[in-house]
Design a protein around this ligand. Structure first.
Ligand SMILES: C[S@@+](CC[C@H](N)C(=O)[O-])C[C@H]1O[C@@H](n2cnc3c(N)ncnc32)[C@H](O)[C@@H]1O
Length: 279
């Protein structure tokens, strides 16, 4: 319903156009079951502009970059949590402890959403190396969605989002809010300073990143891309990942079509296949 209480004009052509735009800008495929979600989320944007027809809104999206950003932000799925798919974190700790003490380590968290994942990486680094040595670890946290990145950058979370963390970790890494911030906690500066947040579209031709990277976390985002797009991304991961680096994927993601680039070395853990030239 719009401000006048009427349903917004939304037909099959609009849905197909939305699908096409989201796919070409973000690589994200929407299936038919997403129609109600699309209507609800973008309906808010139509109301914000006082528009009654999706057709008119989509014309606006196509010509206005700011609205394009809102469009993408509205349609991404950002589900995440601290230490999600926890089996990767002891592997990360072990990797960090095995690196020589004079070496800087770069980790890319390529679909960082609201920040819980890069902060889990940073907390793991501090626990594994100690606060001083963890300064050698640089975490690049990126996402397509600028709204989730802005949230991540604040480092502020509801207390119930920390409920699964052990007490010791909550005490060591978070400051509880008071007054108007009751019910929230903020990640401490020592954790935040390991991370740089920036927008990177995995679909972009060129990423503003320099290898070699030690670890790439790219979890629970490949599932939104078709096989061809996945392969294009993996072909760009391989040259920027160091020879003994690791690629970590989400629980339902696998790479049977990229065996020439990455080999499975553990649960959703991949290593680069050695270059012919260097092997
Ligand atoms: C389901 S969340 C996964 C978050 C986190 N990696 C995890 O596993 O908990 C997927 C994230 O991928 C991001 N995303 C979708 N398409 C993207 C693209 N083309 N480039 C970069 N990030 C993208 C979404 O904005 C969203 O925040």
């Amino acid at each position: 319903m719009n401000d006048a209480g009427q349903a917004l004009g939304f037909d099959e052509r609009d849905f197909q156009r939305i699908r096409h735009l989201l796919r070409s800008w973000g690589g994200i495929s929407l299936n038919d079951s997403k129609r109600p979600l699309v209507y609800n989320r973008l309906g808010k944007r139509l109301r914000a502009h006082g528009l009654a027809l999706f057709h008119d809104y989509l014309n606006l999206v196509e010509e206005n970059e700011t609205e394009r950003e809102h469009f993408i932000n509205a349609l991404t799925t950002n589900l995440t949590s601290f230490f999600r798919e926890a089996h990767h974190f002891p592997i990360l700790a072990d990797y960090l402890q095995r690196q020589s003490a004079d070496r800087n380590i770069t980790i890319w968290c390529a679909a960082a959403s609201t920040g819980e994942e890069p902060y889990s990486i940073a907390m793991t680094a501090i626990e594994a190396l100690g606060h001083t040595a963890a300064q050698r670890v640089r975490i690049i946290a990126s996402d397509l969605d600028t709204q989730v990145l802005a949230h991540g950058q604040t480092g502020i979370y509801r207390l119930d989002q920390l409920a699964q963390l052990p007490d010791a970790q909550r005490r060591q890494f978070f400051l509880k809010g008071r007054g108007t911030r009751t019910g929230y906690a903020r990640i401490k500066q020592e954790v935040r300073e390991l991370i740089t947040f920036q927008q990177i579209n995995l679909l972009a031709d060129k990423w503003p990143l320099q290898g070699p990277l030690d670890i790439i976390f790219c979890r629970n985002v490949m599932i939104y891309f078709d096989k061809k797009t996945q392969l294009q991304i993996l072909e760009k991961f391989a040259p920027i990942l160091s020879a003994d680096g690791m690629l970590l994927l989400g629980h339902s993601e696998s790479l049977p079509h990229a065996g020439h680039l990455f080999r499975l070395c553990g649960r959703t853990l991949y290593r680069k296949v050695a270059d012919k030239a260097s092997s």
